[in-house]
Design a protein. Structure first.
Length: 265
C-alpha cells in the first residue's frame, strides 16, 4: 500500500470502517475519538491505534492534539460521521419530529474542525439529514464551514452504485480551504455500477447482488455455523420461518406473495 502523505483524524470513529478505507487509500491515521468503549477496543485491534474514548462535546481539539502528540498544521484531513439515528428514516417513522439528544453533534463536529483546522474536511451522514428536521442542522453546519473558509462538493450517493450489494444512500461532503491547492479538484466519486437494465448502455457494471457477494459460502441449515470463514452463522429458526423463506419469490415481492396461511398477523 503506497502512502499518499496525508494524515487523518477520525472523529466519531466507531469500530474503524472509515479509517480503514482511508488507510487503504494511503492515508496515515494519526488520531481517533469515539464515545463507545467496545467500538474503541475493536478499532484498536483492527487498526493498531488506540482511540481517545469519550464524548466529543467535552473532548476538544487541544486535548486531541495532546493525546496524540499533534499540533495545528499536523493534520491534513478530519473525517466525521456523527451519529445519524436522529435523522434516519426509521426515526421519522417511529418518533416523527421529536428532538433527539444527539442533534447537536453535527455542530460539535464543526467546533472540533474549528480547533483542529485541517486542510480537508470529510462529512458523512444519512441522506435524510438533507430534508425535514435534519435540514436546518445541515445548513447550519455548511454555514459554519463557509465562515471558516471551507468550500467543496456534497451530494447523496448510493452504495449500490459503487459495487456494494446493498441499496444504502448517504450524504457525503468533501470540503477544503478556498486557497488550498486541491480546492478545484474535489469531486464525488464517479458511479461504477447501475441498474442491470441500463448498465451496459451507460458503460457501467450491473449492480451486485447478495448472491454475487456471498453465493460461494457453504450452505447452512438453521442454527449451523462454520469454523471458516468466521461469522458464517445461520440463525436458529422455528420450523415456520424457513418455510416462509422458501416461499419468498425469487425477486422479492411482498407478504401478499406468500400463501395466506403464512402471513403474519
Amino acid at each position: 500500500m503506497r502512502s499518499n502523505g496525508l494524515s487523518l483524524i477520525d472523529l466519531f470513529c466507531g469500530c474503524g470502517g472509515v479509517s480503514l478505507g482511508f488507510r487503504l487509500a494511503g492515508c496515515k491515521i494519526v488520531g481517533a475519538v469515539d464515545i463507545d468503549p467496545s467500538a474503541c477496543e475493536t478499532y484498536e485491534r483492527n487498526l493498531g491505534l488506540k482511540p481517545l474514548q469519550g464524548d466529543l462535546r467535552t473532548i476538544n481539539g487541544p486535548r486531541i492534539f495532546k493525546e496524540f502528540g499533534l499540533k495545528k498544521g499536523d493534520v491534513d484531513i478530519v473525517v466525521g460521521c456523527p451519529p445519524c439515528q436522529s435523522f434516519s428514516s426509521l426515526r421519522r417513522t417511529t418518533k416523527g419530529n421529536q428532538s433527539d439528544s444527539r442533534d447537536d453533534l453535527i455542530m460539535t463536529f464543526a467546533e472540533r474542525i474549528t480547533e483542529i483546522q485541517p486542510r480537508i474536511v470529510v462529512f458523512e451522514n444519512v441522506s435524510g439529514i438533507a430534508r425535514g428536521r435534519g435540514r436546518p442542522f445541515l445548513e447550519a453546519f455548511f454555514l459554519r464551514m463557509k465562515k471558516l473558509h471551507y468550500e467543496g462538493v456534497s451530494g447523496v450517493v448510493d452504495a449500490a452504485d459503487y459495487g456494494v450489494p446493498q441499496f444504502r444512500k448517504r450524504l457525503i461532503a468533501l470540503l477544503t480551504r478556498k486557497n488550498d491547492e486541491s480546492a478545484d479538484k474535489l469531486s464525488l466519486p464517479k458511479q461504477t455500477h447501475a441498474n442491470p437494465r441500463i448498465a451496459e448502455d451507460e458503460g457501467l457494471h450491473p449492480w451486485l447482488t447478495v448472491k454475487d457477494a456471498i453465493g460461494d459460502l457453504p450452505p447452512l441449515e438453521s442454527g449451523e455455523a462454520t469454523a471458516y470463514p468466521p461469522n458464517h452463522v445461520a440463525s436458529k429458526h422455528s420450523p415456520k420461518v424457513p418455510k416462509i423463506i422458501r416461499n419468498i419469490p425469487r425477486d422479492g415481492g411482498s407478504r401478499s406473495s406468500l400463501p395466506k396461511k403464512l402471513w403474519l398477523p
